[in-house]
Design a binder for this molecule. Sequence first.
Ligand code: FMN
Length: 174
Amino acid sequence: MITLISSTNRPNSVSLMVTQQYAHMLEQRGESTQIISLEAMPDDFLGTALYHNSGKNEHFNLLRSQVEEAQKFAFIIPEYNGSFPGVLKLFIDGLKFPGTLRNKKAGLIGVSSGIQGGALALSHINDVFNYLGMHVMANRVKLYKIEDKLQDGKVADPQFVQLLERHADQLIQF
Ligand SMILES: Cc1cc2nc3c(=O)[nH]c(=O)nc-3n(C[C@H](O)[C@H](O)[C@H](O)COP(=O)(O)O)c2cc1C
């Protein structure tokens, strides 16, 4: 089972489209998947799920327990202001500390409108994950200029499709 995290709460995000396409690739290879979209973060998260309120937001606790039980992840991460989205850091800050991600495994996929494909975003989150004891797969896909590569809500560019498929093969083995 691989848990895919679409790492933004922006409605109609490209990240969620890529997440769904990538989940399909994993399933075609016989791997079961579940998707957590950060759109599911509760609106009252800031005031009811962090710090002294940790563990008190029932809605967020459902997401927390999904992450606690999962062993292997794929994070699909859009580039926001030269890094990963703040909501992803909040999501991580809301998890049970320490240990929720320790000794688990993750693959990373970056998505951007610009030419970086989230390269810096992936480096930044890699530091956070390593700090938390999570092992990150070396092959990181960077889907740059994403709007030019989509057709009917899917990545259609053959080179990008190949990069995603290779990543899926490696993540299953990782
Ligand atoms: C708050 C915000 C900041 C963004 N910053 C960047 C950026 O620094 N570099 C970039 O190439 N694209 C940037 N984008 C564009 C996203 O990379 C683009 O929307 C892409 O489709 C992935 O984001 P999405 O999953 O929200 O659709 C930004 C988008 C938003 C909403």
